[in-house]
Design a protein around this ligand. Structure first.
Ligand SMILES: CC(C)[C@H](C(=O)O)[C@@H](O)C(=O)O
Ligand code: SF4
Length: 459
């Protein structure tokens, strides 16, 4: 409808620097996050063209993807990882960019540290050379992953040339069932919408389920927007958002806070706003979920059996996973559990896992890995005594990083083994060559660690 705007429109329009008639728009970028994997070529490009970083203060860097998760106080043993982290350090130094390097109390996975430091704020435009930048949309910001040449573009101009994406709204209303976590909600959505259902769209999540969710939960949901093909996902900021941001290290203070707050309160879709696509789901139909295939859309509720493959690629996926149609999930011998990644390595995730595990022990044959998303989360784990619960239950607690989410370091799952993982991707070889990933929530992962197999919750 004329004059009405979606949340996305409002934030986007506030960042337009220039519009090319019938063409793309130039968008100002408030925050640019970088890590060691996707920044080196962009820095090299800048140098080869004799350009400088235009606004280094808008950039924040951390080392996360290939850092080891033990002995972080010692030099990295793996040569290529060491070189990559070293290069990030040099590039940041040369260009006056703030880096939270290994050993810094703020180091961690880029999508965990920016929100917890108050760098991520409502109404911002945020980019990073990383697909899960969509996480930051949980604050009502426009946040999305960019390619390496775009990283260079932002370095040089603090702007991006973009075509405005189409708008989608996914509404989930109703009462969630017991033991259903935000991860289950997004796995359910992706299983319904499909892994390319969001292609070309920017998605807003609406409805009481998201309104009632914590910021941690909203981040889990927005994190996986990219797994249904969407450019990004966002949730209108509200009191939950403001309370989370308030008082954080880089959050606005005093008068500036009051001014920003006034503006942030206007960031919601107008009632009459029209979306290019709409989906609506009933919360009561969502149960704890797991994936059984090699894309995040192949998800079922934890009490279902493996479904019949619908096409060649699903058949191939089942073969890779060593599973057969009709098989019960409980037949799968799960030897590995990974609770970590930018999807589910925030304090709330570890609290819920610890709460389940308390007084129990992991199954004898299970290797259970706890990898905090950041140094600050790790600190909290120890301060709250969750470490004792995990270690007494036989879990290993490591140091922060992406870790087994993509196995760029030593944290690999052996070939043929099943890993119930709280990460976001179950692609072939994602957690190590031949490794088989089953995506789930932290609560489900904790339960599987204790039982050594996947079974439904007794309500
Ligand atoms: C390494 C990086 C480019 C990649 C991404 O963009 O998502 C990684 O973070 C991932 O999760 O696969
Ligand atoms: S934790 Fe996994 S998904 Fe997140 S940024 Fe790291 S590798 Fe990518």
């Amino acid at each position: 409808m004329n004059g009405t705007k979606t949340l996305f429109d409002k934030v986007w329009d506030a960042h337009v620097v220039e519009t090319i008639p019938d063409g793309p728009q130039i968008i100002y970028i408030d925050k640019h996050l970088i890590h060691e994997v996707t920044s080196p070529q962009a820095f090299a490009e800048l140098e080869s063209r004799n350009l400088e970083v235009f606004r280094p203060k808008q950039i924040v860097a951390t080392a996360d993807h290939n850092v080891p998760t033990w002995d972080q106080d010692k030099p990295i043993r793996d040569e290529s990882s060491r070189n990559q982290v070293q290069q990030l350090t040099e590039n940041c130094k040369k260009n006056n960019i703030k880096l939270y390097d290994l050993g810094h109390p703020y180091q961690g996975i880029v999508h965990i540290i920016a929100p917890e430091l108050g760098i991520t704020q409502p109404g911002m435009s945020i980019v990073c050379g990383d697909s899960h930048t969509s996480t930051h949309g949980a604050f009502g910001s426009i946040a999305f992953g960019i390619g390496t040449s775009q990283v260079a573009q932002v370095f040089a101009s603090q702007c991006l040339l973009l075509n405005k994406p189409k708008s989608m709204r996914i509404t989930v209303n109703g009462q969630l069932n017991k033991n259903v976590q935000p991860k289950d909600v997004i796995l359910y959505i992706i299983s319904k919408v499909g892994t390319d259902g969001g292609t070309g769209y920017f998605c807003e999540y609406a409805g009481n389920v998201f309104e009632e969710m914590s910021m941690e939960g909203r981040m889990t949901v927005c994190n996986m927007s990219i797994e249904m093909g969407a450019r990004g996902g966002m949730i209108a900021p509200d009191e939950t958002t403001f309370n989370y941001v308030k008082g954080r290290k880089f959050a606005p203070k005093g008068e500036e806070w009051e001014e920003k707050l006034e503006y942030w309160k206007t960031l919601k879709s107008d009632e009459e706003a029209v979306f290019d696509a709409e989906f609506s789901f009933d919360a009561s139909e969502i149960y704890p979920m797991v994936t059984y295939g090699t894309n995040p859309g192949m998800g079922i509720s934890i009490s279902q059996n493996i479904p019949d493959p619908q096409n060649d690629s699903e058949e191939k996926a089942l073969k890779y996973m060593g599973l057969k149609a009709g098989q019960a999930l409980a037949d799968i011998k799960v030897n590995y559990i990974f609770i970590g990644s930018c999807t589910n390595a925030r304090i709330e995730d570890f609290r819920s896992a610890a709460n389940y595990i308390k007084g129990k022990r992991k199954s004898e044959h299970v290797h259970a890995l706890i990898v905090p998303g950041s140094q600050q989360v790790a600190k909290q784990i120890y301060e709250e005594g969750l470490d004792k619960i995990f270690t007494e239950a036989g879990f290993q607690i490591r140091q922060p990083g992406c870790s087994a989410c993509l196995a760029m370091n030593d944290d690999k799952i052996p070939e043929g083994e099943y890993c119930v993982s709280t990460s976001n991707r179950n692609f072939e070889g994602r957690q190590g060559q031949g490794a088989r990933t089953i995506l789930a929530s932290p609560l489900t992962a904790a339960k599987v660690a204790v039982e050594g197999k996947i079974s439904a919750f007794e309500n």
